[in-house]
Design a protein around this ligand. Structure first.
Ligand SMILES: [Zn+2]
Ligand SMILES: [Zn+2]
Length: 353
């Protein structure tokens, strides 16, 4: 919900313009003109809420800065002293920190404390997993949907009613003493946590929360070509929201373990191939095991130690494409340490030649 959009004004509109826009809209959407129209009633509430914020320079500033309609929401979400520590003690630094603490969490324009939080996890995979892509299960302890009430928080067969504390608006107005003087502050209702509705008869298993803490196994799709340190977002797999509100997301940080044979360089792979002196001199076709099976590499006659042979398209899959990097084969030449009498004769003959 964007307050500027609701009033049809821009961020740099003057207070006079905001007032004008509000007067026009509030007349247009006044409940007397739209009797029994629930949508119009909501619209009217929104217009009033938007004006309440944008007509107050302090609130408007916080809204502009933090992009949250609950911008100046003192203290963290959920229980405790709603005024946090900010306004009692320290200076501006403290206040801004507290603003951040209250405004973030759900990301952006949080209307209530109902939505589930985002959660983070880590998965360790092998280079081969990163090559072929995979499904990995992770077990996480978090808020999951209550099965008893299917997440509604209401006992089977019962419904929800307007919250008595806020009369269904989800907001309460408090007067806060600050060194700016007494300010009237619209805050999230602590009883319904901003939802406006509460279960008539709460579900016994989850105490009306609609969610319980349990271990959930989540299957994460690992895309082919993922890199070490990348983060995957799994929408809706974070904590389940209260009473059926939307869930948070799961962010999975991927660690790719180093491989024994292959060294990864971006989308390319490097591998060492040991060949005999004779094979280096005369040339040979050799098989190399890769993640996609055996490939044949042609070692040309006269191959030098450290020479690099490039095999196009035999490297790692490139993330989000159907292309592949290259495989670089680095040649090492093995010089025999022990030779028998017959071999000695042959090497000596070679030396003389
Ligand atoms: Zn329940
Ligand atoms: Zn309430």
């Amino acid at each position: 919900m964007d307050y500027y959009q609701i009033l049809g004004v821009s961020k740099d509109s003057s207070q006079a313009d905001i007032k004008k826009a509000y007067r026009k809209l509030s007349k247009e959407w006044h409940p007397d003109k739209h009797k029994g129209d629930k949508k119009a009633e909501d619209k009217y509430k929104q217009i009033n809420r938007a004006y309440e914020c944008l007509s107050n320079s302090g609130k408007k500033q916080a809204y502009d800065q933090f992009g949250s309609e609950d911008g100046p929401q003192f203290g963290g979400g959920g229980g405790g002293n709603p005024f946090g520590g900010g306004f009692q003690g320290g200076g501006f630094g403290d206040i801004f920190e507290t603003f951040f603490g209250g405004g973030r969490g759900g990301g952006g324009t949080r209307q209530s404390d109902m939505q589930g939080r985002d959660v983070e996890a880590r998965i360790n995979i092998s280079l081969e997993d990163a090559y072929s892509g995979d499904k990995k299960g992770i077990r996480m302890k978090k808020h999951v949907q209550c099965e008893s009430c299917s997440g509604s928080g209401a006992k089977k067969g019962s419904s929800k009613k307007n919250c008595h504390e806020c009369n269904g608006t989800g907001q309460v107005t408090r007067t806060v003493q600050s060194f700016f003087g007494a300010i009237s502050q619209s805050m999230m209702c602590e009883v319904c946590r901003g939802a406006g509705k509460v279960p008539e008869s709460p579900c016994g298993k989850c105490s009306g929360e609609g969610r319980v803490v349990d271990v959930e196994e989540i299957i994460v799709d690992i895309p082919t070509g993922i890199n070490d340190g990348q983060t995957l977002r799994v929408p809706g797999k974070g904590e389940v929201g209260r009473q059926g509100a939307s869930s948070g997301d799961l962010y999975v940080r991927i660690s790719v373990s180093p491989d024994k044979r292959f060294i990864r360089e971006g989308d390319d792979l490097r591998v060492e191939k040991i060949v005999s002196v004779a094979d280096a001199v005369l040339g040979k076709e050799e098989d190399i095991e890769t993640f996609s099976g055996k490939v044949t590499v042609k070692i040309p006659p006269g191959t030098q130690p450290g020479q690099i042979l490039r095999m196009k398209g035999k490297g790692m899959p490139i993330l989000n494409t159907s292309r592949f990097g290259d495989l670089f084969v680095i040649i090492s030449i093995e010089v025999p340490k022990k030779i028998n009498r017959k071999e000695r004769g042959m090497w000596e003959a070679l030396r003389k030649s």
